[in-house]
Design a protein around this ligand. Structure first.
Ligand code: GDP
Length: 291
């Protein structure tokens, strides 16, 4: 993996979050709706503990609507509050404050009984890179400014952001990492562009993506690349099936190199770009059943 692993920085981030938890009433965990498993930090439940949690299924516009429904139900069944958003356009973001206050209404009523009328609700925002955390924070706080780059180990001041008169956000300093150990998780992060392409050469990654799409979303492949999907034969080893699909797609597009061979490298880059750009449709690559 090209993202370097800094165990020391992870420990620092974790300690910082644990210390900040005392100052907040709820944690909003932003995840990528296309990959709700891969886009979570594996230790987040242990770190956050019993603090009330909002799961923000961001990039909902890029995920399969049926997948969004399935994940919403899955998280709600486990006691989380769920909000679907598209931070890029802002769809769903306006519900953030209302959703938080509704989830904390008993707590807010207790504050009121104690005379703490108008006490500001404070929410910590966490999320691994590329889930859309900074876009979300900018949108929810109605600010345009780009974030200061997150650099592991660079200490910053506390990032309190006012959402409205009754709600403040705390942006987590440092970086929360996804789980790299599992191959499927690494692939899903790479397909969506959450980890850089140098992690794996584009052709190999595209073969994996072809196989994943052929299994989960065959119609999208057929439609976009006019592919007749051959039946998966038991004899095809490794990525032979994915490579075959890549060759077929290259031929259909007329991507040929001298000698008439399909230009699979070019096709690989196109497939990854088109997938990430939403040209093939909306996908949820992980389903609750796989947890
Ligand atoms: P961060 O690393 O989690 O802070 O991610 P960013 O906020 O920097 O977002 C990365 C890219 O994804 C940017 O180009 C955003 O415009 C885009 N993006 C963020 N959220 C969404 C979303 O909900 N839908 C879509 N389509 N794009 C998004």
């Amino acid at each position: 993996m090209n993202i370097q692993w800094y165990p020391g920085h992870m420990t620092k981030t974790r300690r910082q979050i644990e210390a900040d938890l005392k100052n907040v009433d709820m944690v909003a965990e932003i995840i990528d709706a296309r990959i709700p498993v891969a886009s979570r930090n594996p230790d987040i439940d242990a770190i956050v503990g019993s603090k009330p949690r909002l799961i923000v299924l961001n990039r909902a516009d890029q995920a399969d609507p049926a997948g969004n429904r399935a994940w919403r139900a899955w998280f709600q069944d486990r006691g989380y509050t769920v909000l679907e958003t598209d931070a890029k356009t802002g769809a769903g973001v306006s519900q953030f404050s209302i959703t938080i206050k509704e989830a904390l209404k008993d707590q807010i009523a207790r504050w009121r009984e104690k005379g703490q009328v108008g006490r500001i609700v404070r929410v910590m925002v966490v999320g691994i890179p590329n889930v859309g955390k900074s876009t979300f924070i900018n949108k929810v706080a109605k600010r345009k400014s780009a974030k200061a780059g997150d650099k592991p180990g660079v200490t910053r001041g506390k990032q309190w952001v006012a959402v409205d008169a009754g709600l403040d956000l705390l942006d987590t300093p440092g970086i929360l990492w996804p789980k790299f150990e599992d191959e499927r998780i690494g692939l899903n992060l790479a397909f969506t562009g959450a980890v850089k392409d140098e992690v794996m050469d584009a052709e190999t990654l595209a073969c994996h993506l072809m196989e994943t799409l052929a299994e989960r979303y065959p119609d999208a492949l057929q439609e976009r690349y006019k592919l007749e999907l051959p039946p998966v034969s038991g004899q095809l080893e490794g990525l032979a099936y994915g490579y075959d699909l890549l060759e077929r797609a290259a031929r259909k597009r007329g991507f040929l190199i001298s000698g008439g061979e399909p230009d699979t490298e070019r096709m690989a880059k196109i497939l990854l770009d088109e997938f990430r750009g939403g040209k093939l449709g909306r996908f949820t690559l992980e389903l609750p059943e796989s947890v």
